[in-house]
Design a binder for this molecule. Structure first.
Ligand SMILES: [Zn+2]
Length: 336
């Protein structure tokens, strides 16, 4: 299923929806339509989704022509290297001959299954106490199996043809209009946004969403970068509209960005106070997780734990907390 909406003159939002038993999600991609148009993000993989995406682009061209305007889409690019943003790119290249643009960091993930898989690997000694080699090997084999299964289920697809590498601070000309690319790592390590200053429109990827909180989690999220980049986006001159990759457009961008900053700061404070209350004993990660989510089912843990891990890393790097070994666990406590 997908829908097409013209969310600003000549900017079309295509929303793809997945509705399966345990998985319900949607993603937006944007088409800046005109004589030299661009597709920003490319949605899910899977044969049907890809076919419908090509069909949607055809519909947009048709609509533009019915208004007596030209429409040629020439390029496509991802906002970042998460699977639900790049899995349609390969098909746009193969079926429509679109040129694929990406930054160096993004190209690594979207162009090869191996480097995409490698980017999942966690090696933070902050959360993983040293383990005997045997257990480490078992753990890696298990991780590999889980990743393979996930990629099959999610139909993650890669770009097999050439990728045109662009500088992450470049200015793109799209249909004669100027769109500034701005690197904003934080949610992922390769996020970029596109900003049209004259129109005050920001294509924001996952950096800020209207109703839900942007997911953060290791190994590629960084809370310090995330907060700094939200501050930076809030100061963009003339910012009026953010078009996010999930959910509906954000028409009160400055207020919404401030809410997101406040939320992250509150969560970080809650975490710090929890550790402060635990005193000299400190808490293991399991205990921290349980304090925030006492009733969470196990299958949700990997989604919910992300922000806690990222916030612990942030507090640790700021020097507010320390770690030590307690039995088989890492123990987190505030600096005495
Ligand atoms: Zn993402």
């Amino acid at each position: 299923m997908h829908s097409i909406k013209e969310v600003a003159p000549d900017i079309f939002m295509i929303t793809q929806v997945i509705t399966q038993k345990h998985l319900k999600s949607s993603v937006n991609l944007f088409v800046i339509a005109g004589k030299d148009g661009l597709v920003f993000d490319s949605g899910y993989g899977g044969r049907q989704k890809k076919r419908r995406l090509v069909h949607a682009l055809g519909k947009i061209s048709h609509l533009k022509r019915s208004r007596g305007e030209t429409c040629t889409i020439t390029r496509a690019m991802p906002s970042h290297g998460h699977w639900d943003h790049f899995s349609g790119l390969g098909h746009l290249q193969n079926a429509l001959g679109l040129e694929i643009l990406a930054t160096q960091k993004q190209a690594k993930k979207i162009g090869s299954k191996k480097s995409f898989k490698d980017s999942f690997r966690e090696d933070s000694p902050l959360f993983n106490p040293p383990t005997p080699k045997f257990f480490e090997v078992c753990h890696n084999i298990w991780d590999n199996l889980v990743n393979e299964l996930f990629m099959k289920l999610a139909k993650v697809s890669f770009v097999s043809g050439p990728i045109n590498i662009i500088d992450e601070n470049t200015r793109l000309s799209v249909n004669g209009e100027s769109w500034q690319m701005i690197p904003v790592p934080g949610h992922c390590d390769d996020d970029i946004v596109l900003y049209n200053r004259e129109r005050g429109i920001l294509l924001g990827g996952d950096i800020i969403l209207r109703r839900i909180t942007t997911w953060l989690g290791p190994p590629r999220s960084n809370l310090k970068d995330y907060l700094e980049n939200l501050e930076r986006l809030m100061k963009l001159p003339n910012l009026k509209l953010i078009l996010p990759a999930h959910g509906s457009p954000i028409r009160n961008p400055v207020k919404r960005i401030q809410e997101a900053i406040d939320h992250r700061e509150k969560r970080t404070r809650d975490l710090f106070l929890l550790l402060l209350r635990s005193g000299k004993r400190g808490l293991s990660f399991g205990e921290i997780f349980h304090a925030f989510y006492p009733k969470s089912p196990l299958f949700k843990k990997s989604l919910l734990e992300g922000w806690i891990l990222v916030s612990l890393q942030y507090l640790f790097e700021k020097g507010d907390i320390i770690t030590s070994f307690g039995g088989r666990n890492m123990i987190f406590k505030t600096r005495a």
